[in-house]
Design a protein around this ligand. Structure first.
Ligand SMILES: [Zn+2]
Length: 484
C-alpha cells in the first residue's frame, strides 16, 4: 500500500491548474507533457465521459451547472484558492465531495454508494496557508479519510475521487494506478529565477502555447495578416524563425508573447515510453523528404530475428550505407523497451515497396516492430499499439486507418502477426486499448463480487494487492466453497 501526502505553501505555487485529458493520457504522459511538480487525479466523471458535480477550467464550465449547496474549491490564482459555492466568480472550480467545510467535518458526508465503502482515495484540502494533496491506494472509508484530514489540521477538505482512479506524482513520490482519468490537479512551484535572455534574443526551438483559448497562426508576422490556423492551449510548437516578436511555425506566424519555452517536445506513449528521435541525416537517398499527408499507419515487422536486432540497431542501420543503397526507410522502430523515430511523420518514407510515388510511401506512417529472438515480442506489440494510439490521437484518425504492409503490395508482412490465427484482429484490439488479460481479470472479479466473495471491486481490478487482503480473499473463497 502506498500513501502520499504533500503540503505545498500557497506562496510557493507558480500555477495551480486542472489539466483535462478525458481518460486519454496516463499520469506519466501528463507529467512529461506539463512538467507539473505535483499531479493528483482530479474529479469524478459520468459514464458518458462528462465531468460530474462541478468543473470549470480556465473560465470554461465543463460540467453541468454545479450543485448550488455543495462547496468546491475555486481559484483564479493559487494564492486565492477558497472553498466556495460561487463557481461563477472563479476561473477554475472543482466540486466533488466536500468533507470539511468552514473548519467542521460535515455531519453527513455527501458521498453516494458509488463512493462508499473502503477503497483507495484522493483528496485536497487547505491547512493554514498551504495546499494539502492526499492520495492512497490503500482502502479507507470516506469517514476515515475525513478523520485523517481533520487530524492533519485541514480547515477545509474535499474528496476528489475514489477507487482505482486514485493516483499521484508528488515531486517524484507516486501512487500508481493504471486507470486513465478525466482530469488532474496540477501544481507548478516557483523556480529559482532563471536569467532572462536579453530582449530580442529569443531563441528558436520548442514552445508551449499558454492562452487557454489557444493561439492563432497568421500568414505573416503581425495581427494584420490573415489567419492560417490555430493551436490549442498546451500544444508544443517548433519555432523555425523569429521576426518582430513573432515566430514562424508549420501553420504560420504566432505571437511569441503567448508562448513559453520548453526544453524539448517530449512525446510519451500511454504506457510511459518516451519516443527518442534519431533521424536519418537529411540528404541521404533513403530520406527523400517530400510531404506526407499522414492519412494512415502501416504496420511492419523487421523480419530480423537475430539477437540484438532491436530498435537501436535498426536506427543505426537506417543511417548507414546499406539502407541508403537499398532505399529503405520508415518512421518508427519499436522493440520491447524503446521507440525510436527515424523521420518526421510529415516526410515520405520508403517502407512499402510501392515506389517513390506509391500511395503508401507518400501518405502512410511506417512502424516496424522488432522480432529479435532475444526480445519479448508480446511487449514489443504492446509498445507498438501504444504508439499507434498516440499517432491516432495526434493525427486524428481511427483504427480503420491502420493497415498491414500486406494491404499495399501483397507482401507477407507483418509476418508473425499474419501467421498467428486471429493475430491481426488481436493487434488492432490492442491498439484500441483493449487488454485481454485485464478484461479477463475484471470479469473474474465481477463474478466473485456477484457471488458475494469480495466487495472491493475496484481494488481487485487493480494490480497491487497487500498480502493481508489476499489472505482475506482466500479465506472468503474457502468459506464460499465450504458452503456449497
Ligand atoms: Zn513490411
Amino acid at each position: 500500500m502506498s500513501k502520499q501526502i504533500a503540503s505545498v505553501p500557497l506562496a510557493e505555487i507558480a500555477r495551480l491548474g486542472i489539466v483535462v485529458t478525458k481518460c486519454r493520457k496516463t499520469l506519466a504522459q501528463v507529467k512529461a507533457e506539463t512538467g507539473a511538480d505535483y499531479i493528483l487525479n482530479g474529479g469524478m466523471w459520468n459514464a458518458d465521459g462528462s465531468p460530474c458535480r462541478g468543473l470549470k477550467v480556465g473560465g470554461k464550465l465543463l460540467s453541468a451547472t454545479p450543485w448550488g449547496d455543495l462547496a468546491g474549491y475555486g481559484w483564479n490564482s493559487a494564492q486565492d484558492i477558497r472553498q466556495t459555492t460561487d463557481w461563477n466568480a472563479c476561473q477554475n472550480y472543482i466540486c466533488t465531495s466536500p468533507l470539511i467545510v468552514d473548519g467542521k467535518r460535515l455531519a453527513k458526508l455527501p458521498c453516494d454508494s458509488a463512493q462508499g465503502g473502503a477503497r483507495p482515495r484522493s483528496a485536497m484540502g487547505i491547512v493554514g496557508s498551504s495546499l494539502l494533496l492526499f492520495c492512497t491506494d490503500g482502502s479507507m472509508t470516506p469517514e476515515q479519510l475525513c478523520g485523517e484530514l481533520e487530524d492533519r489540521g485541514c480547515s477545509s477538505a474535499m474528496m476528489l475521487d475514489s477507487g482505482g482512479s486514485s493516483q499521484c506524482d508528488f515531486d517524484g513520490k507516486t501512487v500508481r494506478a493504471s486507470r486513465l482519468v478525466h482530469n488532474w490537479i496540477c501544481v507548478w512551484v516557483k523556480k529559482e529565477a532563471a536569467v532572462e535572455p536579453p530582449e530580442g534574443e529569443e531563441s528558436m526551438g520548442n514552445y508551449r502555447v499558454t492562452p487557454s483559448i489557444g493561439l492563432n497562426a497568421r500568414s505573416g508576422p503581425g495581427t494584420g495578416y490573415a489567419k492560417t490556423g490555430a493551436y490549442p492551449c498546451g500544444t508544443v510548437v517548433e519555432i523555425l524563425a523569429i521576426q518582430d516578436g513573432w515566430g514562424q511555425t508549420e501553420k504560420g506566424w504566432v505571437s511569441m508573447d503567448y508562448l513559453e519555452h520548453v526544453e524539448a517536445a517530449r512525446r510519451v506513449t500511454d504506457n510511459g515510453i518516451a519516443i527518442q528521435a534519431d533521424y536519418i541525416p537529411e540528404g541521404r537517398k533513403n530520406r527523400p523528404a517530400g510531404s506526407n499527408p499522414d492519412t494512415s499507419i502501416t504496420i511492419h515487422e523487421t523480419g530480423n530475428y537475430a539477437d540484438g536486432a532491436d530498435a537501436a540497431a535498426h536506427a543505426s542501420w537506417l543511417k548507414d550505407d546499406d539502407a541508403e543503397k537499398k532505399r529503405i526507410s520508415y518512421h518508427y522502430t519499436v522493440d520491447d523497451h524503446a521507440i525510436i523515430q527515424h523521420l518526421p511523420d510529415s516526410e515520405t518514407a520508403y517502407h512499402a515497396g510501392d515506389g517513390t510515388d506509391g500511395p503508401c510511401n507518400t501518405t502512410s506512417i511506417g512502424i516496424e516492430i522488432c522480432v529479435n529472438k532475444d526480445g519479448d515480442f508480446e511487449r514489443a506489440k504492446a509498445n507498438a499499439a501504444s504508439l499507434v494510439r498516440l499517432l491516432m490521437d495526434e493525427h486524428g484518425f481511427s483504427l480503420e486507418h491502420v493497415y498491414q504492409h500486406n494491404h499495399w503490395n501483397g507482401k507477407d508482412c507483418p509476418k508473425t502477426i499474419r501467421a498467428t490465427p486471429g493475430g491481426w484482429d488481436a493487434f488492432l484490439s490492442l491498439c484500441g486499448g483493449h487488454d485481454p488479460e485485464q478484461e479477463a481479470l475484471e470479469d473474474a472479479v465481477d463474478a466473485l463480487a456477484a457471488a458475494g466473495i469480495l466487495t472491493a471491486v475496484d481494488y481487485w481490478k487493480g494490480d497491487s494487492y497487500s498480502s493481508s487482503n489476499v489472505h482475506a480473499l482466500i479465506k472468503s473463497m474457502a468459506a464460499y466453497v465450504r458452503r456449497q
